[in-house]
Design a protein around this ligand. Structure first.
Ligand SMILES: [Zn+2]
Length: 318
């Protein structure tokens, strides 16, 4: 029986350690009634625009959170933000093609890590092992904002993934969208199942150490906003709801205006929440509506969302 009891937790999502890794800020978060702090983990070499916490910073934050009775939710990047690693070892990237482009179906190297190559998986498992040692840990969300689609292209066609598919079917993965071709359907189903399987492996790695930790995945708004077809992203929210304890989305005002077609754009929060909760059924759902545009303040036409967030400490949590 589904438990319809509504549970609301207030989570302060911290983006900029230079501003927020400060006991007085954590005290303020407690005073404002929050019960969790959330951080995105990035390795030092991945950091950009000062966003994200490395492991050392996260340990300091987790300690401060525990001392004040707050819990910690961790968003752990995997495929994203790997530019330095991919510059050194480009063979670790996800390879993609546009199956709807009749003029060009050549493979392109993406700026995302292939999530299925054994070396990439092991590297991520090692990071997850370190994160499970943090105090006050409540939730871990895997593979921040990732999918198997980059713009109009889909993946992964890297040699490892192509070999795996060929072992299974006797054929290399098709690059042409053909809804009458059973191999094309098998390829799409295989991508969705592989997505679930690899994240279930990461989930089990955490749960084997810390069974009480909730493990989920946090997407950008695209899967619940239906901005891309699910077969491109290889994301089935219904399958993920069966696999994880919790699913999450981060519909941002202002910076996601090009992703979601809802108008007025502020509807993005209600629309994607409705879709996510509908898909989740017995699975918990978290929605992190990042502000960037505080109530009563007009969207500055000459600034990007990142600069608004960076210059306005009030917007660094929501
Ligand atoms: Zn691959």
């Amino acid at each position: 029986m589904h438990n319809n009891t509504r549970k609301l937790r207030r989570s302060a999502r911290l983006l900029f350690p230079k501003t927020t890794l400060d006991p007085s800020v954590i005290d303020q978060i407690v005073e404002e009634g929050f019960c969790d702090v959330c951080v995105t983990f990035v390795e030092m070499e991945q950091m950009f625009t000062d966003q994200g916490f490395n492991l050392e910073q996260a340990e300091q934050l987790a300690q401060m959170a525990q001392e004040r009775g707050l819990t910690l939710t961790a968003f752990v990047s995997y495929m994203k933000y790997q530019h330095p690693l991919l510059a050194r070892e480009p063979q670790r990237a996800m390879l993609v093609c546009d199956p709807l482009d009749i003029n060009n179906r050549s493979l392109k190297t993406s700026d995302m890590l292939c999530p299925f190559q054994p070396d990439n998986k092991q590297r991520y498992l090692d990071l997850l092992g370190k994160i499970t040692k943090l105090p006050a840990l409540r939730e871990v969300h895997l593979n921040d904002e990732a999918s198997l689609s980059i713009r109009n292209c889909i993946g992964c066609y890297c040699p490892h993934c192509a070999n795996q598919f060929e072992k299974l079917t006797g054929s290399p993965p098709p690059r042409t969208c053909n809804w009458s071709d059973s191999l094309w359907i098998t390829w799409l189903e295989n991508r969705m199942q592989s997505w679930i399987d690899v994240h279930a492996e990461f989930r089990d790695h955490i749960k084997n150490t810390l069974p009480s930790i909730a493990v989920g995945i946090k997407h950008g708004p695209r899967p619940a906003a239906m901005s891309f077809n699910p077969w491109k992203e290889a994301i089935s929210l219904a399958h993920e709801a069966e696999c994880f304890d919790v699913l999450a989305l981060n519909p941002y005002h202002f910076t996601h205006i090009h992703i979601a077609d809802f108008r007025p754009h502020r509807r993005i929060v209600s629309e994607v929440t409705r879709t996510l909760v509908g898909a989740c059924l017995d699975c918990d759902s978290n929605v992190y509506p990042q502000g960037f545009m505080p109530p009563g303040v007009s969207t500055p036409l000459n600034q990007t969302g990142w600069s608004v967030g960076r210059n306005r400490p009030l917007c660094t949590w929501c």
